[in-house]
Design a protein around this ligand. Structure first.
Ligand SMILES: [Zn+2]
Length: 401
């Protein structure tokens, strides 16, 4: 009896190992770029004949191709073939709902943005139907413009709000006033490609993207702060995103830093980090009128501060100090290897760095601040879009063929 059961279990285990190795190899060339069979064998701890078998399977599924290396030195018979991801043929559609614009992109296996479209977005009053129809139209355009032999392997979307894992329901999107809007389901339906849309919080995805390809590669304990009209966050602990009980964790922007005389926050509270260190606080401190907002306005203040304008320098100092208080709390709590500033915070960071660092020096336990690095994001304005693309690739990478 036991012997009869052992056979299928062993078979299952072997199938599971094969599937995991296929996913592992594809992930290596997706994140690390083209690599020789021998390099892959070394990185994955497998022998070369196993790598050859896995590569052959991935190649017959159209996911990778093998080529002779460019380097023509050495004996032709001994050169290890280079495994390349089929970046032009295998792609995902990635969407980014940011505060001022809607973006769609076709991103190839390997992470290269092959094509993109965007549309401006008004800050208030954009309802679900408008956002979904605009994105679906951009996405259908991109899909239609793809080469005939290309295949869409998944769809990912980044949204600036709290997202229910699994079905992409926006539970709470404060900037548009969305509550329980079926964003992922509706976008999938309007795209009509027969694929589900995986949706994630933009800052969570930004953290994953910076860890996979940006300023935090190789740093498994990472904190990402993303500024737009508010401040979002993602925390990576031991290489995994910290989701919390329901996937709504890391709302770093709503960490209370100034409870007694704080500015009102969009969430209804007061003194949240995003209220004190967000776009409006910066522009108010710089004496900019209420009608002025957006990335250009933020960049203008940062630029004026750099050029010596005292009011702009004051604004950057105030915002840098609040940001530093938030960052100091986060470093004490999580002991990250790196803290990354993205979105509009990448524009503020160079001017505010000394003020943030001063707070960190004052308020972080010496042992925790010994090694932590603070830096601007590595993927520029594409951080959240690339994060959405990685979400779109997730199912392919976990079960390639
Ligand atoms: Zn808040």
């Amino acid at each position: 009896m036991l012997k009869i059961r052992a056979v299928p279990e062993a078979g299952l285990a072997q199938e599971e190992i094969r599937r995991r190795n296929l996913g592992g190899l594809l992930r290596h060339v997706h994140l690390g770029g083209p690599a020789s069979r021998s390099a892959l064998a070394e990185r994955m701890g497998l022998n070369r004949s196993t790598i050859m078998g896995l590569t052959a399977e991935l190649a017959s599924a159209g996911l990778v191709r093998e080529e002779l290396p460019d380097d023509t030195g050495g004996s032709a018979g001994r050169r290890s073939l280079v495994v390349r991801p089929e970046s032009e043929r295998i792609y995902v559609l990635a969407f980014d709902v940011a505060v001022d614009r809607l973006t769609a992109a076709r991103v190839g296996l390997g992470g290269r943005v092959l094509d993109r479209r965007s549309a401006p977005r008004t800050r208030a009053g954009a309802d679900l139907a408008y956002v979904v129809e605009t994105l679906a139209s951009l996405g259908r355009d991109l899909h239609g413009a793809a080469p005939r032999d290309a295949r869409c392997a998944g769809i990912g979307a980044a949204y600036c709000g709290m997202i229910r894992p699994g079905d992409g329901m926006v539970r709470y999107g404060p900037d548009m006033g969305w509550v329980d809007q079926a964003f992922g389901t509706e976008l999938g339906r309007r795209l009509g490609l027969g694929l589900p849309v995986a949706v994630g919080n933009e800052a969570h995805l930004g953290a994953l993207a910076e860890y996979a390809r940006g300023a935090g590669v190789g740093v498994p304990n990472l904190i990402y702060l993303h500024g737009d009209v508010g401040v979002g966050g993602g925390i990576i602990v031991g290489g995994e995103l910290l989701g919390g009980d329901g996937g709504y964790g890391c709302e770093l922007g709503h960490m209370i830093v100034n409870p007694f005389q704080g500015r009102r926050c969009l969430c209804g509270s007061a003194g949240c980090l995003e209220a004190e260190a967000g776009e409006r606080a910066l522009l108010d401190e710089a004496g900019r009128p209420a009608g002025e907002y957006g990335r250009d306005a933020v960049r203008a203040v940062a630029e004026a501060a750099r050029a010596g304008d005292p009011r702009a320098q004051h604004a950057v100092e105030v915002i840098g100090d609040w940001l530093g208080i938030g960052v100091a709390n986060l470093i004490n709590l999580f002991n990250p290897g790196v803290v990354v500033f993205g979105g509009m915070l990448q524009d503020v960071w160079p001017a505010a760095a000394e003020h943030v660092r001063r707070r960190v020096a004052q308020n972080v336990l010496p042992v925790s601040r010994e090694r932590v690095a603070l830096r601007g994001c590595g993927l520029g304005d594409d951080t959240t879009l690339i994060g959405a693309a990685e979400l779109g690739f997730a199912s392919l990478l976990s079960a390639p063929c």
